[in-house]
Design a protein around this ligand. Structure first.
Ligand code: MN
Length: 240
């Protein structure tokens, strides 16, 4: 899949385990040792670079928002995931594997929540670009017309999903059974655990918009749709 490239892990490039075998520790047997975690770096996870400068989406999303959202929130999800998998069997799994495995096991929900948020945020950054938004052309534009009737109906469906997600979560444009759909997910939930292929994501956790829009989530959604959506990314995902 196209977004494999975004996923943060490149076993060959990334790092080194310091210390000895982690095999003694297993998530199945409980939380990995903090002391052990502190001495190791996951071979599979790191914070990916932003695909643009931190001020590139202003004025729609400010540098201040991105510095916190990417530099603190996303970074923390990466660190927490690494801390929680280090020394466990999951250490060698890909991010998507970690998400799928932990989604099925409620005792691993803390790992799931952090790992899924790593995926979701990387996907979100790539779902935007400076000068994006508006009606797409290409195969994605054609499929939007086929699936929703027209672009305006897509905008309504996507904006409604993002606006009505109660509390923290996400809205997504996905491909499922050869048709495009809009879905919303709560908290860290992600289409990665479903049959749907994600094409575009908007983060509607308050941390995504509160510094710029305060409680005006609808204004943030409107800016995302009209000025930021990276349709090239959606098209690439669609064709992958
Ligand atoms: Mn977020």
């Amino acid at each position: 899949m196209a977004y494999d490239r975004l996923l943060l892990f490149n076993r060959r490039e990334f790092v080194t385990m310091i210390g000895t075998s982690a095999a003694a520790f297993s998530l199945a047997a409980g939380e990995p040792s903090r002391a052990l975690a502190a001495t190791q770096v996951s071979p599979t996870l790191s914070l990916p670079p932003l695909p643009y400068a931190q001020n590139a989406l202003a004025p729609y999303i400010s540098e201040n928002t991105i510095s916190f959202h990417y530099g603190k929130h996303h970074q923390a999800y990466v660190k927490n995931t690494i801390d929680k998998i280090t020394g466990s069997e999951l250490e060698k799994a890909s991010l998507e594997e970690i998400i799928k495995i932990t989604a099925k096991n409620s005792t691993l929900s803390a790992v799931f929540n952090n790992a899924a948020q790593v995926f979701n945020h990387t996907f979100y950054w790539n779902s935007m670009k400076p000068g994006g938004g508006g009606e797409p052309k290409g195969k994605i534009g054609k499929m939007i017309n086929e699936s929703f009737g027209n672009y305006s109906a897509f905008v309504t469906a996507f904006s409604n999903a993002a606006a009505t997600q109660f509390g923290s979560g996400w809205a997504w444009l996905v491909l499922e059974n050869d048709s495009l759909k809009v879905v919303k997910t709560s908290n860290a939930d992600t289409p990665v655990t479903t049959q749907a292929k994600p094409l575009i994501a908007i983060d509607v956790w308050e941390h995504a918009y509160y510094l710029d829009y305060q409680n005006r989530r609808a204004d943030y959604i409107k800016a995302f749709v009209e000025k930021l959506i990276n349709w090239d990314f959606a098209e690439k995902n669609l064709l992958a």
